[in-house]
Ligand binder design. Structure first.
Ligand SMILES: [Zn+2]
Length: 371
């Protein structure tokens, strides 16, 4: 208990080591006299389990190493070396890759889905969708109403520090939420935006936002990124979930596709066409664990039949075809009725196909009006 993910000593150890006066101990929190300011009371709050501290008077805060480093005015690396020496652990054994110099980034265990949902919902509620992003979604066939309902937002840039402050004021937890990390120098929480684009909430079968995917403006290797703070101090790696949209209690069959955005667009287009279809989007077709989780949840919801609506490049791309075969096999093994779908390969994804149907229908309606 109270041990950091990667460090062989707790913040309680360091408080004791530094001789910081503990005024009150609640078991989970230590209220201490702050050694960094002219604190006469107990403004320094130490969360024992989470291994973090913060002074409500001077604002100093951070993790175990920050506390020790600040007390001795040394670097985080040096704090790490010294503490390892004091607690008689070989610091070289603690480093994951001995060849990289000792910048220590303890990674936080991921917060519960309820915590992530609360923080992400609050985060998205503070942001807006840029005009160019709205335009690009309209071009993919979504209506203005759909776009509002989906809650997609543009990644923040300049306002990021303000956003973090507002989230903290709203009582949101940031620790263990992918995308948030602790700045090594200031000890303040920050939001890690690694590329600009459209933020897409990845919702589980309960409608909770477990992760945020980003449709990148500039595509290098991939069109999508996940909101993550991996490799940052007190950061957390992203963990996407199978994305459920329009999957209500009592549905018998669902459509399986790739990605959050594709599932969202396909669902909304099917609804506009008068026959809403439930969709599950996998955020990585190769991710078998995520798929197995989707199967488990679908079974609980009473779903019997899965229509596999992967992109039509399965016909030409060997890897995609193999992934599709594995999906069908695992689905059958789990007792589902698996039906692979195919369509005119001119339309790559199920969303492209539905959009083509919508356009066709609109053009027929227009012709009728004209004549
Ligand atoms: Zn202070």
């Amino acid at each position: 208990m109270g041990m950091d993910h990667n460090l062989p000593f707790s913040i309680g150890d360091v408080v004791e080591l530094l001789g910081i006066k503990v005024v009150r101990n609640t078991g989970t929190q230590l209220h201490c006299r702050c050694p960094f300011c002219d604190d006469k009371k107990a403004h320094l709050n130490v969360r024992v389990q989470k291994n973090v501290f913060r002074c409500n008077r001077c604002g100093k805060g951070g993790g175990i190493l920050h506390l020790y480093a600040a007390a001795h005015d040394i670097s985080l690396n040096m704090a790490y070396e010294e503490l390892c020496r004091i607690y008689k652990t070989d610091s070289s054994l603690q480093q994951k890759t001995p060849s990289t110099p000792a910048i220590i980034q303890p990674e936080m265990p991921i917060a519960s889905s309820a915590v992530r949902n609360n923080t992400y919902s609050n985060l998205l509620s503070m942001l807006s969708l840029g005009a160019n992003h709205r335009e690009s979604l309209l071009l993919r066939g979504l209506s203005g109403e759909d776009i509002v309902k989906l809650g997609y937002k543009t990644t923040p840039a300049v306002r990021a520090p303000k956003i973090v402050t507002q989230l903290l004021e709203r009582g949101c937890e940031l620790q263990g939420v992918p995308g948030f990390y602790c700045d090594g120098d200031s000890g303040r929480w920050k939001l890690d935006i690694r590329g600009s684009g459209i933020m897409l909430p990845d919702r589980n079968s309960n409608g909770e936002i477990e992760a945020i995917q980003i449709r990148l403006d500039k595509v290098y290797k991939s069109k999508f990124n996940n909101l993550t703070s991996v490799d940052q101090y007190y950061g957390t790696s992203a963990a996407c979930c199978p994305h459920f949209v329009g999957v209500e209690d009592g549905v018998e069959s669902v459509y399986l596709t790739e990605g959050v955005m594709k599932a969202d667009i396909a669902y909304h287009l099917s609804a506009e066409l008068g026959c809403p279809r439930p969709f599950v989007g996998l955020t990585g077709v190769g991710n078998i664990n995520q798929y197995l989780r989707a199967l488990e949840e679908l079974e609980k919801l009473g779903v019997r039949k899965i229509m596999v609506a992967f992109d039509m490049d399965a016909a030409v791309n060997d890897n995609v075809r193999k992934a599709k075969d594995r999906v069908i096999e695992a689905g059958c093994d789990a007792g589902f009725d698996m039906t692979p779908m195919t369509w005119n390969p001119q339309y790559k994804g199920i969303d492209d196909l539905l959009f083509a149907v919508k356009k066709k229908r609109l053009s027929i309606l227009e012709e009728r009006n004209e004549y």
